[in-house]
Ligand binder design. Structure first.
Ligand code: SAH
Length: 232
């Protein structure tokens, strides 16, 4: 075998192993949707479609890729975490999204939840308080082609007034109470989902529905989230 054919042979081997690895991730994702989501009652077709198609392994640190589709949260650096797939799906389903919706997320983290929303709706505006995370999520989402997801570095307590109002709002950090600016930026008829609880007690996932400028809240179930922090 001459050098040229050796080179082509090597290239083919490389290409094939990349294809096999990617196919493995598709299988892992199918398994995740079946055993962690459908089996636990996630039914919304848009949520299931999105969870099946967003490559979660691209949003976790390189050394944790083999755990990307497991049934749990994972660290993403700066002391923060990417939520368990079931929680991502449950929160997404709770918003009762439509393809024409404009959505606000507070707590970009890795950008995974924003990408899951982005596959479903028209546009996603997401705010992250830690600069490093905001910058890396921004470039990750751009590289993966999520052009309808816009990331901003800032304190999400204030929402994103310039882009308001929103059809739906999701907060992915545990707050002590529901920030009033977020209530103000939610459209009538819109849904919000937010983990709420005092720092020394149980945090509940809370669904918020806005009707005629008033909100109706409902505690869903206890959850664990990293804390909602404020800029000094
Ligand atoms: N949705 C993320 C996971 C979020 S972890 C994902 O899919 O990966 C919660 C994130 O909320 C953390 O990155 C944390 O820095 C951020 N956060 C906490 N308080 C915030 C605030 N006031 N404004 C914006 N982001 C905040």
């Amino acid at each position: 075998m001459n050098y040229r054919s050796l080179f082509i042979y090597g290239l083919t081997l490389c290409f094939t192993s990349v294809l096999i690895a990617q196919n493995d991730q598709v299988i892992n994702r199918e398994q995740m949707v079946k055993t962690q989501l459908e089996a636990r009652g996630i039914k919304d077709p848009l949520t299931l479609y999105s969870m099946l198609n967003v490559p979660r392994h691209e949003f976790v640190p390189k050394n944790l890729v083999e755990h990307a589709y497991k049934d749990g949260a994972l660290p993403i650096g700066s002391g923060q975490t990417i939520s368990q797939p079931y929680i991502v799906a449950f929160m997404t389903q709770t918003l009762k999204l439509k393809s024409t919706d404009k959505v606000l997320e507070i707590g970009t983290g890795s950008g995974y939840q924003a990408a899951v929303l982005g596959k479903i709706v028209d546009s996603v505006f997401t705010v992250e308080i830690i600069k490093d995370l905001a910058l890396s999520a921004k470039s990750r989402l751009k590289n993966l082609g999520f052009d309808n997801v816009i990331v901003k570095w800032g304190d999400g307590y204030h929402g994103w007034p310039e882009k308001a109002s929103f059809d739906a709002i999701m907060v992915t950090a545990g707050a002590e109470s529901i920030p009033q600016p977020l209530v103000d930026q939610l459209k009538n008829g819109g849904h919000m989902v937010i983990p709420v609880g005092p720092s020394d007690n149980v945090t509940y996932l809370v669904s918020v529905f806005k009707k005629k400028d008033r909100i109706i809240t409902k505690n869903l179930f206890p959850v664990r989230f990293v804390p909602f922090t404020r800029k000094q």
